[in-house]
Structures are given as C-alpha cells and as structure tokens.
Design a protein around this ligand. Structure first.
Ligand SMILES: [Zn+2]
Length: 588
C-alpha cells in the first residue's frame, strides 16, 4: 500500500515520540507528545486544513499542540517527513506504534524487549513469547509473560473490527459525500453500524439513484479509499484507509425499504422474522414481503410490501423495532404485542456529568471544556477530575478540590445559559473507602466514584469493595462500572445483581461511559439496571474538547439497552437534576 500522508501518520509519529522519551525517563515530554497524538487522532485530516490556512501559528491554537509539535507538523506537511523522528527511528528501530497496542506493554517494556531480545515488532514478540524468552529479561518473570500473552490474544480477537465511535463518523462522512452526487435520491448505511453495535466489521451502504455509474465512480474515488476490491455497475467494494472494507450497492428505489430491512437486522433477527413471516403465509427477502405462492402453482407469490420497513413490519402485524433492537432477542415478541419501549431519542442528554480538565489529565481548561460543551447544545457539565490516588495523573487532594470549586463559582458568573457543576471522579480504594473526605464530598454537586486499580480482585472482594463505596451517602454515581477497555482490559468481576440492588437502595446512578474504548456499561447491563429500577447517566469521560461529541454513542448504548428518556438522569434540566439530587440527599 502506498504511504498515506496525513494526520494518521502524525498521530503515530507523536505517539512514538512519547514512548521514546518515556523509555528514557525524560519528564513531561511524553505527556505532551501523547496529547499531540490524541489531538491528531481527534482532528483527522482537518489538521492539514488548519496548517494550509494558518501555518504554525494556527496549529498552536489547536488543543494539545505547542510550539515544538506545531513545528514538526509544519515540517511534515512541507517535506513529507520529520527529520528528528527519522534519526530516532535509526537509533531505535522498533515498531512502537504496533507494540504499544498491547495492553501492559509500556515504554520501558518496549525498550527492554529491544535491548535484551532485539524485539522490533509484533512478529519478533510472538517468536520470543513462543520460546519463553521474556522471562529471561531481568525482573520480568513468568507472570509478565503470561500477562502479555493474554493481552496479545485479546488484541487479536478484536482485530479487523473497529469501535463504533471511530467507524461511525467515517460512515457518516461517506454517506454525505455520496448523497451529494448528482442523481442520488437516498444513501444510507445499514448493518452493524445502523444497529450501533459496539464494534463494526464492514461498512454496508445502499443508495438509490438515476445515475448508478456516477455513484460508483464517486465512491471509489473518495479520499478515504486506500484500494478498490471491485467496481461493477451497481456495486463496488473498497478498502478504506483505516483498514475497514466498505461496500456500496445501488438498489431500485421501489425496494429500498426491503433492502434496508434485510441488511439491518443481525442474522438472528432476520431468521426469526422470516420464520414468523412463513408462519403467517409470507416469504421475506431483500426484494420485499411476498404472499406464499399456492402449492403447485408456477406463479411467484404476490408482492405485498417493499417500499418502507414500516410497511413490511406492519403487514406482519407488528410495530417496527428500532434498528438498535434488531438483534434477535425478544424484540419481535415485544413488537407483536405493541410493547416496544419508547427509546430515548438521540439528542436527549442535556448535560455531561463526567468531564476532566487540565487540573488533572485533561488537555483543556474548565472554561474551554464548558464552552465546548455549550457549543454542542448542552446546558451543563460536571467537572470530575481524578483524585489523589491517581498521583501519576496529578489527581486532586481535598484542598485542591475545594479550590477548584471556587474557580467554578467564578466561571459560573461569567457563563450565560450554562452551568458548571462541582464534581469529582473520586477513586474507590482497594478497601472500598473513598479518596476524598466526606466533608469535601458533601460540598460537591455531583459525586462520581470509580475503580482504577486492583482490577483483579475476586468477585466477592470486588463486590464488597463496590458495595462499601455505594453505601457512602455522598455518592451519586458509579462511573464506568465494569472498567473494561475494549480489546485491552477485561471487565472487573462483581455480582451485578447485588450492585444493582444497592444502587437502587441508595439511589446511586450507573454510568454509561460513552468514550468509545470504554462503552461501559454495556447494553445488557443497561437493560438489567432499568429492570432493577436503577437510573442511568450518559457521559463522555472527555479529556479534551473533541471527546465531548461522544454523547450520541452513549445514547446508542442506552437505546440498545431498551432505555427510555425517563431512565436517564441527565436528560433532566440542570435545575431538575439539582432538585432530584437534593431530595435524594434528604432521604438518605
Ligand atoms: Zn475513570
């Protein structure tokens, strides 16, 4: 494949810088480069536009970009490379980008693997693991070897699939491009994307048009295309630059509904629906719903519905399940009984209740985060910086939390139509006690608590730890409850029913952390929580302004978990939310 000259490569270069300096124990620089790398990832090719328009000066206005990183971006776009980086790569010829994707392989480990075993890339690492050589590195031992082997297998399991949060914007961009081609009437994505599954394999697109060749042409020539698998008259298939495959079919306008229905549900939903159709004397295909032909008759059955999905489901005597529910669980049964939930609409969340600022490991000031949140149409946010147990992230102690509250008071006087809540992401220590005093917690508007260490406790110990934390009367919400990171970290083990019972009893909400790699709670947990009468909160866990746009991903998880608007606390206005929290405090 040809070299792609864009933000993706800059993202890689900066991450490699971060690891390189971290391996050498250089202070501060690693974090700066890591932030720059994250900024590249969030901005994508917009970086180039910024550079074209304003050069180094404009680049420096980007969050996470300083003088030295701006200069490197400038050099990269001017010359196609960064000279200093090339020099580093000669001295340390390791695929840091590739190896760093393995959970547990930090900069020091990657440096040691190279020093002791000449491991330069994934293939070398696999060979070294196979020969049990990792345990020969001083201080590594058998346990680290096992851990890396486990991480590697998790990574490989998730290979090829992309997280919804990263695939969706790409698909939406493609739809927008194709929709603008002359003659196109409709263009949509279907499949796992339309169902908003947490990971996505391929992008399946459908269009109706008066001019199919023009659509095919526009599709294969998009800037996101790395190579073309095939291009026919009404169907083309390509590999995108992010490694996903995308497939576009032009279909007749008349059967659009049938096609969409056929390519949206997962296999189980479609099988169950076809079985049900058969039992009612119909057959269902991508061309429509047909009455079964008479036995012995040579004629095809009569077409009864194909233009819209709703028409097809209605003919089968049921309501139309929203795409997110078409997974072959009990949605068909509910649709038949007209008992599908009124799912929380996208755009319902009014405030973000987990946001980090540059008081700890966020990249932007509280004010910048507030303004960015407001710009997205939200009317409040809670500042929830980490607490002191997370010393390596600069976690806040009690006095700093109080000081931050004063800063928030000052900002609230300045802002119009927007309120910043004083909050925390208070660490739950191994014994279940909290990392701030009750006196401090009582002064906050919003107390989120979460686990960031001792992930491997037994089920009983982990449950007891969480129960103890939830019992603290100051606690409002359990953040990212399972702590899993997709493709990287297994969820912690606890008894969900016990946690739900406690959350209900103490009126503690459970969070859907919409950050794509977390997506925690998962849909099944959300559904269980709602059944147990526990409230949900949808947050972004934003560490920079670009992350604030993740809210719809959390709404998607809520929808997959059958949540209605009333189940989600932060669909309330800020005054209603504060009244709810005050009432709750009195009751406890
Ligand atoms: Zn956290």
């Amino acid at each position: 494949m040809t070299k792609i000259r864009n933000a993706q490569e800059l993202e890689k270069i900066f991450l490699e810088y971060a690891y390189y300096y971290a391996a050498q124990g250089v202070p501060f620089k690693p974090r700066a480069y890591e932030l720059a790398s994250e900024a590249m990832s969030a901005l994508g090719n917009e970086v180039k536009e910024v550079w074209v328009q304003g050069g180094i000066k404009e680049l420096k206005n980007l969050p996470g970009i300083g003088q030295s990183t701006a200069e490197k971006i400038d050099e990269y776009f001017r010359t196609g490379k960064v000279a200093e980086y090339e020099k580093i790569k000669k001295e340390f010829p390791v695929d840091i980008w590739g190896l760093s994707r393995i959970e547990g392989l930090g900069p020091k480990h990657i440096a040691e693997l190279y020093q002791h075993l000449k491991v330069k890339n994934m293939a070398d690492l696999k060979a070294a693991l196979k020969a049990h050589k990792l345990q020969t590195i001083p201080r590594w031992g058998e346990k680290s070897e096992e851990k890396i082997l486990r991480s590697l297998s998790m990574l490989e399991q998730s290979a090829g699939r992309k997280l919804l949060g990263y695939a969706l914007p790409l698909a939406e961009d493609i739809v927008e491009r194709i929709s603008q081609v002359k003659g196109v009437k409709r263009c949509v994505y279907a499949g796992s994307l339309r169902r908003r599954q947490e990971t996505i394999g391929d992008v399946d697109l459908f269009a109706t048009t008066s001019n199919p060749p023009a659509v095919m042409d526009a599709f294969v020539k998009m800037p996101q295309v790395a190579s073309v698998h095939e291009q026919g008259r009404t169907r083309a298939s390509v590999r995108l630059t992010n490694g996903m495959d995308a497939d576009l079919r032009v279909v007749p306008d008349k059967v659009f509904g049938a096609t969409l229905q056929y390519f949206t549900g997962n296999k189980r939903h479609n099988v169950l629906l076809r079985q049900y159709a058969l039992s009612k004397g119909y057959t269902l295909s991508e061309y429509g719903l047909f009455r079964l032909a008479k036995k012995g008759s040579k004629k095809k059955g009569e077409l009864v519905a194909c233009e819209t999905e709703e028409e097809i489901y209605e003919r089968l005597g049921m309501d139309t399940p929203p795409p997110e529910l078409r997974v072959g669980e009990d949605e068909i049964e509910a649709a038949l009984k007209h008992q599908l939930p009124n799912l929380i609409p996208y755009g319902s969340v009014k405030g973000d209740l987990q946001v980090q600022s540059d008081w700890t490991d966020g990249s932007a000031s509280i004010e910048d985060m507030a303004r960015a949140t407001q710009a997205l149409g939200l009317s409040y946010m809670a500042v929830t910086d980490h607490t002191k147990a997370l010393a390596f992230l600069g976690g806040l102690n009690d006095s700093k939390v109080i000081k931050q509250g004063k800063e928030i008071d000052r900002l609230n006087k300045k802002l119009h139509g927007f309120k910043i809540l004083k909050g925390t992401e208070c660490d739950i220590k191994k014994d279940g006690t909290l990392d701030l005093t009750d006196k401090t917690l009582a002064k906050l508007d919003w107390v989120g608590v979460s686990v960031h260490s001792s992930f491997k406790l037994s089920r009983a110990e982990q449950t007891a730890r969480l129960l103890k934390a939830l019992a603290n009367p100051n606690v409002d919400c359990l953040f990212h409850p399972t702590c899993r990171i997709i493709g990287k970290r297994e969820p912690i083990d606890f008894d969900l029913d016990e946690i739900l019972a406690a959350a209900k009893k103490y009126q503690v909400a459970l969070e859907i952390d919409a950050f794509p790699d977390r997506s925690d709670l998962r849909d099944v947990h959300v559904r269980a929580a709602i059944r147990a009468g526990v409230k949900i909160v949808i947050d972004t866990d934003a560490h920079s302004p670009e992350h604030l746009k993740f809210i719809p991903l959390g709404e998607a998880i809520a929808r997959r978990g059958w949540a209605t608007k009333a189940d989600v606390l932060n669909t309330k206005s800020v005054s209603d939310l504060l009244a709810y929290l005050a009432k709750k405090k009195k009751m406890r």
